[in-house]
Design a protein around this ligand. Structure first.
Ligand SMILES: [Zn+2]
Length: 471
């Protein structure tokens, strides 16, 4: 792609800010790991900062966070508003303070940190990702993005570079939606789009989101305090593992997200009639046999339309070996690059479910649990990430990728511009214990992310005083 905001050291905005001249400010990281990476840093960092922002340190922190889990045997499950959430927030806050940030936990349980810019009170460039996980998760999805963000702030703080904006890191408490079945609760709160009706959502034990906030020590009546005003923000950048195979196939460590695919999720219930397993076929209303036909229909319909559909959760009632299933509840996650295409396929699926249920004497009910439109990344911020990748990974034309996975940026886009850096992951595997990243790729990502921030800074006039207290 083209680079709309290639940094220009000669621009009036940056002429008096030598530390932001490029490439002079580049290369605070440890030893070169990628061909084409820029050489010796101009601003030497203290050895402890170089050490704790190295790829090996970030990977060690991923391992440390992975220990906060509700599953045994090294499996990871860490969900919203739990003791594990509280513990990883505290750990992240420690690392944020070490990196020079002031820290707070916002009204929705997101862990935040802030490094002031050249003058206090400036609007903030937010770097972030999430610390919650799916069940049996990997240790990098979301987590690595938070740690990369902290490392970038650490380096910029240690180098004493005055930025024309504040830098904030947000570690979102809920992105995956594992506990309450609704994704992006943390980032929706930050964007000011949290729907108070969601407080009645319940987890698998019947605990409401409202009660979970209270137990966590937060006031569910004051969630709106987590919302950020658009004028308090410069933009949002997120580094994340790719969750797809394309960077690996192209033999590139890093890429740029073009668009985050829109996703809709549904809870579908198929009702039949429970009965003894001796009942003849022509007298049965088998909800599981019907649900099975529906699930394979969903797969073939989505395949034919070229989009992605997943049934990842299914419960059978009464779930006994000698009883015909009377009710089945399952989830559907449907995502596509274009919302119109996705909605058209959903209409086809509901028509087919109706036909299948009629033929089998079953009934069904559908409840939408999530609906996020596709989100395009900002050309301005994409350009900064592109500049970062080009300068550090030596990739003159970084790869553009559609994100088929949802991310916090989808919610944050309601309040400010967003862009994302993708990091190659082995086999494109995520949401699984086999999730894996290579240290040189993490190193390249941290360098590129740092350079993206400095590139944005170089394109932004250095203010003399803030307009107001904006935070
Ligand atoms: Zn994620």
């Amino acid at each position: 792609m083209t680079d709309p905001i290639s940094p220009s050291p000669a621009s009036p905005a940056t002429a008096d800010r030598a530390p932001l001249e490029l490439p002079a400010a580049f290369g605070h990281a440890a030893a070169p790991t990628t061909p084409g990476r820029l050489a010796a840093p101009v601003t030497a960092l203290p050895p402890e900062v170089t050490a704790r922002t190295s790829a090996l340190s970030l990977l060690a922190r991923c391992d440390e966070l992975a220990a906060y889990s509700t599953l045994p045997n090294g499996l990871i499950r860490r969900v919203y508003l739990t003791n594990e959430h509280r513990a990883v927030n505290a750990l992240a806050a420690t690392w944020m303070r070490e990196a020079g940030m002031t820290t707070w936990q916002d009204a929705a349980g997101n862990q935040c940190g802030r490094l002031e810019g050249a003058v206090p009170g400036l609007p903030a460039l937010v770097l972030g990702s999430h610390l919650d996980t799916v069940p049996s998760a990997g240790r990098y999805d979301g987590i690595l993005g938070v740690l990369t963000a902290i490392a970038v702030v650490d380096r910029i703080h240690a180098a004493g570079i005055p930025l024309p904006f504040a830098l904030e890191v947000v570690a979102f408490g809920d992105e995956e939606g594992t506990r309450f079945g609704r994704a992006l609760l943390g980032s929706r709160a930050l964007a000011g789009t949290f729907d108070p009706d969601w407080l009645d959502l319940t987890d698998e034990n019947g605990v409401t989101l409202r009660d979970a906030y209270t137990t966590f020590g937060l006031d569910p009546q004051h969630l709106a305090a987590a919302a950020r005003a658009p004028e308090s923000l410069v933009g949002y950048l997120e580094a994340h593992i790719e969750q797809g195979p394309y960077l690996e196939e192209a033999d590139r460590p890093l890429g740029i997200v073009s668009t985050i695919a829109g996703a809709r999720r549904f809870a579908i219930t198929v009702n039949g009639h429970a009965g003894h397993s001796g009942t003849p076929f022509d007298r049965r209303k088998d909800a599981l046999a019907g649900a099975s036909e529906i699930i394979t229909m969903i797969e073939s319909t989505a395949r034919a339309a070229g989009l992605i559909a997943t049934v990842g959760h299914l419960e059978v009632f009464p779930n006994a070996v000698n009883v015909i299933p009377g009710r089945v509840e399952f989830s559907l996650d449907l995502r596509a690059e274009f919302d119109e295409q996705r909605d058209r396929v959903w209409n086809d699926i509901t028509s087919a479910i109706t036909a299948i249920c009629e033929a089998r004497g079953l009934t069904f009910a559908v409840r939408q649990t999530h609906n996020a439109p596709a989100v395009a990344c900002s050309p301005r911020l994409r350009g900064a990430i592109s500049a970062g990748i080009t300068a550090t990974a030596g990739d003159p034309d970084p790869m553009l990728l559609l994100s088929r996975a949802g991310h916090d940026g989808m919610a944050v886009a309601d309040v400010t511009d967003i862009a994302m850096l993708f990091i190659r992951c082995r086999g494109g595997v995520s949401h699984h214990p086999d999730e894996h990243v290579e240290a040189p790729d993490v190193s390249a990502a941290t360098d590129a992310f740092e350079l993206a921030v400095l590139s944005l800074a170089a394109a932004t006039p250095l203010p003399t005083a803030p307009d107001s207290e904006l935070r």
